[in-house]
Design a protein around this ligand. Structure first.
Ligand code: KIV
Length: 272
């Protein structure tokens, strides 16, 4: 299959910093199984995230809190079988990163299942966790802003960093996760101006979801990109690309093209 297509170079962690330096926007989507991972990989998606969003869009829960390490490891192994060029990132689920030692155990299982990086939410005591993992050769993607594992504390899925004090905390957290050794930073549901300021101040690529067009890349949950009703309220930043793309592969390519051209997200899909 696709013998006429030149093989793409497989993504490595150092290539992320190159992409930021060269101003190449990164395209990231979630996938939880081999077939969708293969579809994304063949469409040229750079980063595939086995997100704990699987708890909501695959398992049908109301939040990501019930997702276990076993769930993430299982879906990472499935997605890895369909991935050849993209960098596969596994999400550490709720409390799997509560201590550095727990995070190391879970991360080793994710890497042995085929991931090339793990993602974890938050700063604060997670800075020690990031440092501990990075010192032990585990690449880390940080995640700030709306961190869905904090849904109980936050009282819902709400835009973060709206006032100057909250924005300053976000900027400081972004600097600290970078300092701790993260290679990538997801910014979820923050005003575009705050995400833009963070993006220009940190050396690692930022990946936005509801964080405006000035991030170094964009991510969406695959089910949202395809307009699948997963039984949850559709956030403002979601756009159904299946309507543009005409097929699943077409929708993925339409998203990738729009991200790389800086056409997505527009103001309608961002927070001011
Ligand atoms: O779990 C997930 O899919 C995520 C993305 C929304 C960034 O964390």
């Amino acid at each position: 299959m696709y013998a006429d297509r030149p093989a793409r170079k497989a993504w490595t962690v150092p290539m992320l910093a190159d992409a930021k330096r060269e101003g190449r926007r990164l395209v990231m989507l979630t996938a939880y199984d081999a077939s969708f991972a293969r579809t994304l990989d063949e469409a040229g998606v750079d980063l595939i995230l086995v997100g704990d969003s699987l708890g909501m869009v695959v398992q049908g829960h109301q939040s990501t809190l019930p997702v276990s390490v076993d769930d993430i490891v299982y879906h990472t192994a499935c997605a890895a079988r369909g991935t050849s060029s993209a960098l596969l990132i596994a999400d550490l689920p709720f409390q799997a990163d509560a201590t550095p030692e727990r995070a190391l155990d879970a991360s080793v299982r994710c890497l042995q299942a085929g991931a090339g990086m793990v993602k974890l939410e938050g700063a604060g005591h997670k800075l020690d966790v990031i440092r501990f993992l990075v010192e032990r050769e585990i690449p880390v993607c940080a995640h700030l802003g709306l961190t869905p594992q904090s849904v109980l504390r936050m009282g819902g899925y709400k835009v973060q960093g709206r006032d100057e004090r909250a924005a300053a905390i976000l900027r400081a957290d972004a600097a600290e996760v970078t300092q701790a050794g993260a290679s990538l930073l997801v910014l979820e549901c923050v005003p575009s101006s705050v995400a833009a300021a963070i993006t220009s101040s940190v050396s690692i690529p930022t990946i936005g979801i509801g964080a405006g067009v000035d991030c170094d890349g964009q991510v969406l949950v695959l089910h949202d990109l395809l307009g699948i009703n997963s039984g949850h309220r559709r956030p403002k930043f979601v756009r159904d690309f299946l309507a543009d793309g005409g097929s699943i592969a077409g929708a993925v390519r339409a998203f990738a093209d729009a991200v790389r051209a800086g056409r997505f997200p527009d103001a309608e899909h961002s927070y001011g």
